[in-house]
Design a protein around this ligand. Structure first.
Ligand code: ADP
Ligand code: MG
Length: 237
């Protein structure tokens, strides 16, 4: 009996907000392009995880979201797949005017994992992803950014550097993801996050993911998200 209740606890899903789109059961339910469906199959993803079932229709409908789920629950695809759809829906952008999608993560390692996942799904539509974190010289980074990209995956510090150096502009960015928000706060990136958010147009779509929701993160979420839907999977936050 104990085991069963533990299992239920891990599966517990709580959703709050107005007019919440219904969860999907399969990737097909999301109406992804055939190219994207192929990439999903190629990744070996047969069906969406709990957070993906709940979050993807919400994000695809254009709503802001707070997603709270533990590590390993598949949060990356939950924001990357709808981001590809969001970008493909935008009018053709001119070079040097990107990015449209901006993803911030706390560390270089985490940002790199997201970058790899983004590449797998973005290349089927010819979208360009730039990695904005340590590991590449700033000179090469600036050169790459100036060539143009639709998606940037960044750590907050390096992103601010690149904005300051005018290597990229946030004027076309309409899809902002703050991944592992609690860890970004733990690492002291709150001022950088606020600065980045302040440079992105207020009519953007904002997604905040976190394993836990400390009061400081909750406060930021209240300030920067518009009528968010909150999805909690499992006994976290
Ligand atoms: P989180 O960000 O929640 O910690 P990740 O996005 O890193 O989780 O995903 C954890 C692992 O699950 C990764 O190896 C990823 O490739 C895999 N994964 C994600 N979605 C699915 C899916 N729908 N089916 C099978 N595996 C998946
Ligand atoms: Mg993650």
């Amino acid at each position: 009996e104990e085991e069963v209740s533990e299992y239920r606890k891990n599966l517990a899903i709580r959703v709050s907000g107005f007019d919440v789109p219904r969860p999907i059961k399969t990737f097909e339910d999301s109406g992804f392009s055939p190219q994207l469906m192929n990439a999903i199959k190629k990744q070996g993803y047969e069906k969406p995880t709990s957070i993906q079932c709940q979050a993807m229709p919400i994000v695809l409908s254009g709503r802001d979201i707070i997603g709270i789920a533990k590590t390993g629950s598949g949060k990356t695809a939950a924001f990357v797949l709808p981001m590809i759809v969001h970008i493909m829906d935008q009018p053709e952008l001119e070079k040097e005017e990107g990015p449209i999608g901006v993803i911030c993560a706390p560390t270089r390692e985490l940002a790199h994992q997201i970058y790899l996942e983004c590449k797998k799904f973005s290349k089927v539509h010819g979208l360009r992803v730039s990695a904005v974190y340590g590991g590449m010289s700033k000179f090469d980074q600036i050169k790459e950014l100036k060539a143009g990209c639709e998606i940037v995956v960044a750590t907050p510090g390096r992103l601010i550097d690149m904005i300051k150096m005018k290597a990229l502009t946030m004027s076309k960015a309409t899809y902002l993801v703050l991944d592992e928000a609690d860890r970004m706060f733990d690492l002291g990136f709150e001022p950088q996050i606020r600065s980045i958010v302040g440079q992105i147009r207020p009519d953007r779509q904002t997604l905040l993911f976190s394993a836990t929701m400390p009061r400081k993160v909750e406060k930021l979420a209240r300030e920067i998200l518009t009528d968010p839907v909150r999805v909690t999977v499992g006994e976290v936050g």
